[in-house]
Design a protein around this ligand. Sequence first.
Ligand code: LMR
Length: 329
Amino acid sequence: LTFIIYHFSEESLVYDDEQEGLNKQIVIYFSHVVAENTPKGLAAQKFAELVEKKTNGRVKVEVFPNGSLYSDDEEIDALLRGDVQMIAPSFSKVTELIPEWQVLDLPFIFKDYHDVEKAFTGDVGKQLLAMLESKGIKGLALWSNGFKQMMSNRRLLIEPRDFYELRFRIMPSDIIKKQFQLLGSEPIAVPFDNVYSSLENHELDGQENTISNIYSKGFYRFQPYLTISNHGYLGYAVMVNKQFWDHLPKEIQKKITEAMKETTIWNLQQSKRQNEQQLAQLRKNHRIHIYELTNTDRKKWKSQFAPLYQEFEKEFGNHLLRQIQKEEG
Ligand code: LMR
């Protein structure tokens, strides 16, 4: 078998399934930033196995975890250049390319996993993925990590005023930036790879992330106050370079699509389980103080965040927002 890695700057991409293309192996580089033992890390591995099996080894998916190939502020450009064929950045990172994706960063947009599943696998998901096409990206699926929680090294975060004047690490997303500004804190965008060292060096007072990322990257070592707030959702846009995709034989596209469907169904269940199991692990650590928001607390947070919804609607209209809310019933 000969290995081909496609680089799109070259004319040689023209690919014919009939002749020699038939037995040439197609290699997909899949780059991501999280640990292997996370919802995205495991889904990427599962997808790679399924694709290999379904194509009898014709397609090989090479997964590069932990930002070992590209960090999260480089990976979208790397995909567009064709240096990697596949990535799965979090929604927030897609908002730099398509600002409407901020709808998914609105705090309390999803109340439970059921809402998440509906949006990700239904019409809303399809519309969001279709928006990627004009940017040169084929969107394959939305994957799930989990609900985000709040952490700090200063104090337990219970009331909106507890956030006052604290420096929070954020992903690059205007809505998330405004969310912390509304709380009187200072949001600082930091790539995922640098969060650990920024926490270690006391450059930040807090951050929001899923239990899975907090656990697998050891953020809890520097952040003893954890609030189970479930205020936001961390999910991923699984995407392929469109030019690469369009040149794949139809039969291969079909197999990859099948593998992606199976992986996505599995990921929705697995991500929920993994966050629950890792929260149970964190609960055993007596150095971590855990507080769960009550309904009364949540009401206060929600009313603090209400202007974000108004601003979003003013900028992008209410179409996607209403559709998500309608699906939630
Ligand atoms: C983060 O930057 O905190 C996350 O988007 C990392 C990830 O990919 O889960």
